[in-house]
Design a protein around this ligand. Structure first.
Ligand code: GLY
Ligand code: MN
Ligand code: MN
Length: 457
């Protein structure tokens, strides 16, 4: 992402805010994992969207003006002793020269300088809630009169509505990054399919995903779900510590992040490379629902159209398979499908995996428009021991998830590089990735020879 795009975003936001307002944004805070170990730092998405500045301990102030508007960045000063331990800092000079700030101050001077930047403005736009301590300071700056100072701002306005609406429409360069994140994640899913064999632990498959992500310079965009057999029926399963049994399915929900833009892909495939008949029946039903939902991703359709399409296909299919009984219309109306399909068909995707943006305008579902990106991810989960459900279906959990861009004339599936047709999956699983060590190829072929009856291979 180049500096011009960050500047364009700041200008667009300042135009909307107007000269009565001022915007205050805070960088994310480092989080302690345990004792003196911190989680890997990830910049707040709103802050990064407007600044491209990836350091903690920073505050950005945008001051709309008649002309271009002013961008002030508070950040850490250079400190060679600290930088030897923690890595380089941009410092005040870097804030001006690399990050396009019009003015830069040390973060420690916030209390002295920020009140002067917001005075004389009627409204302060800020995303409240994420950092209560900062929010309290801001309220104090807004309410404490200073000697010889101008008028104090009257209103604290939530920044989210305006900013998140901007983030919902992806620019060409954002789409390019999301396409890359989807291509890398698709590569990881393909590798997982090729490496998987009975007896492997879920975390070993997770390691194959990590292999592809890290080799591309990417990191996971959320903790991957690698769920074999009944674990797939736990929607947020992340233990990933069980052995993948011959004859079970494996559900992988994993995506990566490139320059802060996420992908989010799910595939479900048989551990031994061949779907059993009941697995195939459920899988093909979810696939049919997913195709119908993707087809409903069209500009002018409303946000819920893909979900409604998936619900129709899944309910009809569950009746045909005998898993639901009654009239399809009534079952849809009663939401009877929720016993087996209990989540929604997707969400916005962008810098955050569950990205920002309203799903409704007032009471109505929002219309899909070019530049929006959403996931399409129907699923069917049949918990083991489900009452009134024949045993052959127990423990089957299937989800298929793709990342879909709304275009001017329809849609583009960004994650199309990973197969989802039964025959394509089975064919891919029968091949090994080129860079797999010879020993692993050998183990794989032995495992396949040992595949028991019922899982023909
Ligand atoms: N990976 C989270 C989701 O699919 O929504
Ligand atoms: Mn998702
Ligand atoms: Mn997902």
């Amino acid at each position: 992402m180049n500096a011009r795009e960050f500047a364009r975003r700041r200008r667009a936001l300042m135009r909307q805010v107007g000269r009565e307002g001022v915007v205050v944004l805070t960088a994310a805070q480092p989080k302690v994992r345990n004792r003196d170990v911190e989680y890997l730092f990830r910049q707040d998405s709103d802050f990064f969207y407007l600044t491209g500045f990836a350091e903690p301990a920073a505050v950005a102030v945008l001051i709309p003006k008649r002309e271009a508007g002013e961008y002030v960045l508070f950040c850490r000063e250079r400190d060679p002793a600290r930088e030897q331990w923690d890595g380089p800092r941009a410092g005040l000079e870097g804030a001006l020269e690399q990050f396009g700030a019009d003015d830069a101050f040390p973060i420690d001077d916030l209390d002295d300088i920020l009140p002067g930047l917001i005075e004389g403005r009627t409204r302060v736009y800020h995303a409240m809630g994420a950092q209560p301590e900062f929010d309290a300071r801001l309220v104090q700056w807004m309410t404490t009169p200073r000697r010889d100072a101008g008028e104090l701002p009257q209103e604290l306005v939530s920044l989210e509505h305006m900013l998140h609406d901007m983030r919902l429409y992806k620019s060409r360069s954002e789409v390019a990054l999301m396409r890359r994140a989807a291509v890398v994640a698709a590569q990881a899913h393909r590798r997982a399919m090729q490496c998987c064999r009975p007896g492997m632990f879920e975390y070993e498959v997770e390691a194959e995903l990590a292999h592809t992500f890290r080799r591309a310079g990417a990191r996971t965009s959320y903790p991957p779900i690698v769920a074999s057999g009944v674990n797939a029926c736990i929607l947020h399963y992340i233990d990933n510590d069980k052995s993948c049994a011959d004859g079970d399915l494996l559900l992988i929900d994993a995506g990566c992040e490139i320059e802060s833009y996420a992908s989010d892909i799910t595939r479900t495939f048989p551990v031994n490379g061949r779907f059993s008949d009941p697995q195939r029946a459920i899988y093909e039903l979810v696939l049919k629902a997913q195709y119908a939902a993707i087809e409903a991703v069209q500009p002018g359709n409303h946000w819920n159209a893909p979900h409604e399409a998936a619900v129709r296909v899944i309910t009809r299919g569950l009746v045909r398979l005998g898993l639901l009984k009654g009239s399809v219309a009534k079952l849809i109306n009663d939401e009877a499908y929720r016993r087996f399909f209990m989540h929604r068909t997707g969400h916005w995707l962008g810098m955050d995996v569950h990205d920002v943006g309203d799903y409704k305008v007032g009471d109505a579902w929002r219309e899909l428009e070019a530049g929006m990106v959403l996931t399409v991810e129907p699923g069917i989960y049949i918990a083991p021991g489900s009452k009134g459900v024949p045993r052959k279906w127990w423990g089957i959990g299937v989800r298929i998830e793709d990342d879909v861009l709304v275009t001017g004339s329809g849609h583009e599936v960004l994650s199309a590089d990973v197969p989802k047709e039964v025959e394509e999956i089975e064919a891919l699983m029968a091949s090994a990735p080129g860079d797999l060590p010879a020993s692993a190829r050998h183990r794989r072929s032995r495992a396949r020879r040992a595949t028991p009856v019922g899982a023909a291979s």
